[in-house]
Design a protein. Structure first.
Length: 339
């Protein structure tokens, strides 16, 4: 795709703001066998499951081994792919250079679309440009809200991490926190940095950032434990992912600390900990929705020329707080692995 033909390089009129709504319009919701074609002549789509030509979409993330957050993203992507007659090819690597190579692999395979996370956007700039030159549309999800337009992506689905961090800081004020340890599991990840920076912007107490190796959970545990023993004035541990919050529960116990724990992101085990009172609250960015909308957005673009947000605005999927007041309802979905 040369740059002049890309929807973000010309004057455009915003269209559908939420891909899921457009998908319902195009795909309907009757029998799973496909149903009859629309009487209005929409030959490219049918009810229940798309009868459009098969597509191949590559979903390339910066998932680290064992990070269950991405299982939920992938489930959402798979649900959209099943509905849209898409073959989904998933790959991941937390190393930005390796992730760029995975995007190149997708280009070499001549996929019909690429959905990619931009945790370290500078490392992906070159290969995303290659995808554009090859005529492959690219959408962003989860990480990279500040950079998706700079990289000329078609659209973006995710959470504004700075806004989420600021909301988190305000919540900490409400619960009376005074000093927090902000645990960052991947150094150099712009989204994680924005979260901690956002917390520091609105939190009236002190924020102590702490880098840990998120791929080595015993090391995460020992680092947090040592920090809590060293500084008993820390009254809240803020983690940036559900698995690390669960590990922090163990660290607090091992350190004999009175610190409470709050986190970004959910999984079904974290839901149990909120119910038990081990974790006070979590921010939910709805990763299932991110995966679903990214894949569905590529289908809509190929088959109906839609691009969510008109190519100018992201589609935000969070933040929303989960605590004891609403955890039972959210827990029903988390148990299915979709929240």
């Amino acid at each position: 795709m040369d740059r002049s033909s890309h929807p973000r390089s010309r004057r455009i009129v915003p269209v559908v703001a939420v891909a899921a709504a457009a998908a319902l319009t195009l795909a309907g919701c009757s029998s799973s066998s496909g149903g009859k074609k629309s009487e209005e002549g929409a030959a490219n789509a049918s009810a229940g499951k798309a009868t459009t030509p098969p597509m191949t979409v590559a979903l390339v993330t910066h998932q680290a081994p064992g990070d269950t957050f991405w299982d939920t993203v992938r489930k959402g992507a798979e649900a959209a792919a099943a509905k849209d007659n898409i073959k989904l090819v998933y790959s991941a690597d937390p190393n930005a250079g390796n992730q760029a190579n995975l995007v190149q692999n997708a280009i070499d395979q001549k996929v019909d679309g690429i959905a990619v996370t931009l945790a370290k956007p500078d490392a992906l700039k070159g290969v995303i440009g290659k995808a554009e030159k090859a005529g492959i549309p690219v959408v962003g999800l989860n990480s990279g809200l500040s950079d998706w337009k700079k990289l000329n992506l078609l659209e973006f689905f995710g959470q504004d991490e700075s806004v989420a961090g600021e909301a988190f800081g305000k919540k900490l004020n409400e619960v009376g926190a005074k000093k927090v340890l902000c645990v960052m599991q991947e150094q150099g990840n712009v989204g994680l940095t924005q979260r901690c920076d956002g917390v520091a912007k609105t939190f009236e107490g002190k924020v102590d950032p702490q880098n840990v190796n998120g791929t080595d959970m015993p090391s995460v545990k020992s680092t947090i434990t040592a920090k809590l023993k060293q500084d008993p004035s820390i009254d809240y541990v803020v983690t940036l992912g559900a698995p690390f919050a669960l590990t922090a529960v163990q660290s607090v116990s091992d350190a004999g600390s009175k610190a409470k724990i709050a986190t970004f992101d959910l999984n079904k085990d974290l839901i149990k900990s909120i119910k038990a009172g081990d974790i006070q609250f979590a921010v939910d960015q709805q990763p299932y929705l991110q995966g679903y909308l990214a894949v569905d957005g590529l289908w809509l673009y190929k088959n109906n020329g839609n691009y969510s947000g008109g190519g100018e605005q992201p589609v935000l999927t969070g933040p929303a707080f989960v605590d004891k007041s609403n955890v039972d309802k959210i827990g029903e979905f988390a148990a299915k692995g979709t929240r």
